[in-house]
Design a protein around this ligand. Structure first.
Ligand code: ADP
Length: 280
């Protein structure tokens, strides 16, 4: 398909973002939902193949950061797309309200323990960005503390990049109306009651403050090496298709290849023939 999801949704370095002006609903290049779903299924196969190559090559790693308002679909995206990679080389890490031990360390301490080893993929369900988002909006630490964190995050991500980790940061962009519809559905569905939390409504009331906090992140913590992507996420099937395409393209650029054999293949062939002959 001749549609560049990567370029379409990548925040360009230096670009200032106004979330309210960016679409939350689109069909992109797909005439119908079924086309989008078929596309995603194909991309998931590609992701599996790339991830296997990355794993065998074991020289670079991929970190996918997911951030979004409540009910924007991080869990669904992980379940349907990103979590389809082989768990042998791919792990998801959710970051919740920090524990007492985590709070007693610097804000990147708990994050750094979860960054992906060479050959593996890590998916962050929320991340170090919470420390300049919820922390900022809810005044959890002094402004002079969180203000320094943009630079600290940039240095941290640069260090990861220099150590062979490609970083991909994805923001799922939903409308306030769609969020309310999803909350309502959760209220009606007993299987989803566990997801409901009064704090969802508090954050919802702070929509504009969160938008402002995110916009500063997109301006200050975005680079060619460590880019943000803003994905229209009101349509779940489109969200899945766009993210699957962007991750596949990232893998393609990383271009992991199966390593060369480091044994003498001629000798192994010879041993193989001998073994076959012995069986008769
Ligand atoms: P999720 O919404 O990701 O599915 P939860 O409902 O358990 O999971 O919410 C996790 C909560 O943890 C969110 O409200 C989020 O803002 C909060 N959180 C994550 N990181 C931090 C942090 N560094 N400081 C304060 N709160 C945080």
């Amino acid at each position: 398909m001749d549609y560049d999801f990567h370029e379409q949704y990548r925040v360009k370095p230096g670009q200032s973002v106004s979330l309210a002006k960016l679409p939350t609903t689109t069909n992109g290049p797909f005439p119908k939902k079924s086309h989008g779903r078929a596309f995603t299924a194909g991309k998931v196969e590609e992701l599996r193949d790339w991830q296997f190559r990355l794993y065998t090559q074991a020289r670079q790693s991929l970190l996918i950061v997911l951030q979004a308002p409540d009910a924007a679909g991080k869990d669904g995206l992980i379940r349907k797309v990103l979590g389809q990679m082989n768990p042998q080389g791919c792990r998801t890490y959710p970051f919740k309200v920090p524990t007492a031990i985590e709070r007693a360390h610097d804000f990147l301490w708990r994050i750094h323990q979860c960054t992906p080893a060479h050959g593996t993929v890590a998916i962050f369900n929320r991340s170090h960005y919470e420390d300049v988002l919820v922390v900022r909006v809810e005044n959890l630490v002094a402004e002079k503390v969180w203000r320094k964190r943009y630079d600290q995050i940039n240095h941290f991500e640069e260090m990861l990049h220099d150590s062979g980790t490609k970083i991909l940061k994805i923001y799922l962009h939903i409308s306030r109306e769609e969020q309310l519809r999803r909350f309502e559905k959760r209220l009606k569905n007993p299987a989803k009651h566990w997801k409901l939390n009064p704090s969802d409504y508090t954050s919802r009331a702070d929509w504009a403050a969160y938008a402002e906090a995110y916009e500063e992140v997109f301006t200050r913590c975005n680079s060619e090496r460590s880019p943000w992507f803003i994905i229209p996420a009101d349509r779940k099937w489109y969200r899945d298709a766009a993210v699957a395409a962007i991750v596949a393209e990232t893998f393609e650029k990383m271009n992991p290849q199966f390593p060369e054999a480091d044994v003498d293949l001629e000798q192994i062939r010879h041993l193989h023939q001998q073994a076959e002959a012995a069986i008769g």
